[in-house]
Design a protein around this ligand. Structure first.
Ligand SMILES: NC(=O)c1ccc[n+]([C@@H]2O[C@H](COP(=O)([O-])OP(=O)(O)OC[C@H]3O[C@@H](n4cnc5c(N)ncnc54)[C@H](O)[C@@H]3O)[C@@H](O)[C@H]2O)c1
Ligand SMILES: [Zn+2]
Length: 318
C-alpha cells in the first residue's frame, strides 16, 4: 500500500471547524447532503490514517455483529429485548453468564448459550468483514483481530484462524464444567434444541467425553475461575508476535462497549493511532484518534471507498 503524507493541521486537509460548519438550510431535502459531506470527511481521515500504517489491528465488540442481525447486550434493557424470557424472570446477563447458572439451572443456561450458538451458526457476517479483509490485504503485515465476541464470525468471514485472538473464548468450543481435564473440544457435534419462548434447552445437555459430567461453552463468564483459557492464550501469543513485527500499526475499533471495557482498553493501551467506530459511544480521548458515530457496515463501506478514491486500494471507486 502506498503511504500518504498526513499532518493533523497541515495544508493537505479540507477545512473543518468541528462539525457544525455548514449553515443549516431549511427543509429535509437540504439536510441529507450536509450529513453526507460530514461523514465523507470522517472516512477520508480514516483512510489517510490507514494509508500510513503497515498493519491493521481490528478490535471488535458486540456492535460489530449488529449489522449482521446479531443482538448486542447493551444494558439490562437491551439484553432483555434480545432474551424476553430472561427479562420476564428478571435474570440479567451477569446472572445467566456464570458457571453457577450451569450448576443451578443447566437447561436455562444452555437455553441461553444454545440459542446463541445456533444463531451465530445461522447468521452470515455482513459485508463490512469482507471490506476489512480487502483493506488488510493491501497492508504489508495484513490484519490481526482482537475481539471479545465469541461468535466466530471473523473466521466465518474468511479471516485466518491464526490471525484472531478471541479474548473471551469461543462459543464453538466446549469444556468440562468441572474441569476434569484441561481439554476443550469442538461444539460442532452439539445441535441445541431450544424452546426460545422459555429460553430452555429441550434436547439433551452436552456432556464431557472424559467424565460424563455437564459440558459448558469455552467462554469466559462472570465470576468464572474455571474457564480453560489455553486456546485463547495461544491466540494471545500469536498476537504478541504479530505486534512485534508491525512497525506502524493502526487500530480500528468497532462496536466495543464500555460496560466490559476489555476491547477498548487493549486498543488504547498500545498508544498507536486509533479509529473508533461506534453508533452511540464514539468519543476518543486523544486528538490524533478518530471517533466515527455511525454503524459498522456503512462506515467500513465509506472508508473502503475513500481508500480507493485515494488510490490506496486497487480498483475504481464504486
Ligand atoms: N456476538 C457476540 O459474540 C456477542 C454479542 C453480545 C455480547 N457479547 C459479549 O458481551 C460482552 C459485552 O460486549 P460489548 O462490550 O462488546 O458490547 P455491548 O453490548 O456492551 O456494547 C456494544 C457496543 O456496540 C455499539 N454498537 C451497537 N450497534 C453498532 C453498530 N451497528 N455499529 C457500531 N457500533 C455499534 C454500541 O454503541 C456499544 O458501544 C463481551 O464480553 C462480548 O463478548 C458477545
Ligand atoms: Zn469432565
Amino acid at each position: 500500500m502506498r503511504s500518504v503524507y498526513f499532518e493533523h493541521s497541515g495544508p493537505g486537509r479540507r477545512p473543518f471547524d468541528g462539525g457544525l460548519l455548514w449553515p443549516a438550510p431549511p427543509g429535509r431535502a437540504a439536510r441529507k447532503p450536509q450529513e453526507k459531506m460530514l461523514s465523507d470527511f470522517d472516512h477520508d481521515r480514516c483512510a489517510v490514517l490507514i494509508g500510513q500504517a503497515d498493519g491493521l489491528l481490528i478490535t471488535a465488540g458486540a456492535g460489530m455483529g449488529v449489522d449482521s442481525g446479531l443482538p448486542d447486550f447493551r444494558g439490562r434493557e437491551g439484553f432483555w429485548r434480545a432474551y424476553p424470557a430472561l427479562g420476564r424472570a428478571r435474570i440479567d446477563f451477569m446472572d445467566i453468564a456464570t458457571p453457577q447458572a450451569f450448576r443451578d439451572q443447566p437447561a436455562l443456561a444452555w437455553g441461553f448459550y444454545g440459542h446463541r450458538l445456533a444463531l451465530y451458526r445461522r447468521v452470515t457476517p455482513h459485508e463490512g468483514f469482507r471490506l476489512l479483509r480487502e483493506i488488510a490485504a493491501a497492508l504489508e503485515h495484513g490484519a490481526f483481530v482482537f475481539t471479545s465476541n465469541v461468535d466466530g464470525h471473523f473466521q466465518k468471514a474468511g479471516f485466518a484462524a491464526d490471525r484472531v485472538h478471541e479474548c473471551h473464548g469461543s462459543i464453538h468450543h466446549l469444556q468440562c464444567l468441572d474441569c476434569c481435564t484441561d481439554e476443550y473440544w469442538s461444539a460442532d457435534a452439539f445441535i441445541p434444541q431450544v424452546d426460545e419462548r422459555r429460553c430452555l434447552l429441550t434436547g439433551e445437555l452436552p456432556r464431557c467425553p472424559h467424565c460424563g459430567g455437564l459440558a459448558r461453552p469455552n467462554v469466559l463468564m462472570f465470576g468464572d475461575w474455571e474457564w480453560l483459557s489455553g486456546r485463547s492464550n495461544r491466540q494471545a501469543a500469536a498476537l504478541r508476535r504479530w505486534l512485534n513485527t508491525v512497525r506502524r500499526p493502526v487500530v480500528i475499533e468497532i462496536g466495543a462497549g464500555t460496560a466490559v471495557p476489555t476491547v477498548r482498553r487493549f486498543g488504547e493501551r498500545l498508544g498507536v493511532p486509533l479509529i473508533r467506530i461506534n453508533v452511540a459511544e464514539p468519543a476518543v480521548a486523544r486528538a490524533q484518534d478518530i471517533g466515527v458515530a455511525a454503524g459498522a457496515r456503512d462506515t467500513l463501506r465509506g472508508i473502503h471507498a475513500a481508500l480507493r478514491a485515494q488510490g490506496l486500494l486497487p480498483g475504481a471507486s464504486p
